[in-house]
Design a protein. Sequence first.
Length: 258
Amino acid sequence: MQNNIIEFYNKYDEDGRLQRKSRMPEFLITMKYIQKYLKKDSKIIEIGAGTGRYSIALAKDGYDVTAVELVPHNIKILKSKIKPDYKIKVYEGNACDLSFLNSETYDVVLLLGPMYHLFTDEDKHKAISEAIRIAKHGAVIYASYCNNDTCMYKMFSKHKMLNYIDNGYVDETFHAKSIPDFIFELYRKSDIDHLMKNYKVTRLHFVGVDMLSYIFNSKFDRLKKREFEEYMKFLYTICEREDLVGFSIHMLDVFRKK
């Protein structure tokens, strides 16, 4: 499975994904919630740092950042962005085994990609447990998930849903089954609640970080500067509403280690 992920990201333009206008809300809203709990001397780690969209932005702001990434191709791109004055360390590593890092070290822990690609409960719990282990007491941890039901909408819109149904890839409630060849694992909030129920953490926020933005695609590029600014204000007002979070294709769970 690890090789499948590496092969996928060797071909996928991860570096450009969050720079496209239709994907900017995901970055901007996630950053807003990260900045909410940052202090001047916060030590930050990003597990599954990709090409460094968050790690580089935070290092640029002067924070002490550790970036851990599985894919060598992504690490190469991440390192190419580092400037001499950035306080950033980069490691190749797997979210399920961070044994090379000390416990209770970081004030902010970002787990913004690995949960997309873990297909067994064992691996999911390993990643969550490791993120909590390396966090200081009172630290804030951010975990991102792909939303099952908005992805079902996308499958219908792309005329792929009948293939999923006929091959038994979804159950009778249209919940995608855990199939590693699909690369992405899909969740409902109830799945996340079940996953987190035995950890000694306090949920601070549960956020839809892009809401329906993904349906705009190229139309987003035609939004004028003022329109985009007002659109973001709109998203900030609705992104935690319980009746609307399920519209988001990416969901962010923010919790504090007790």
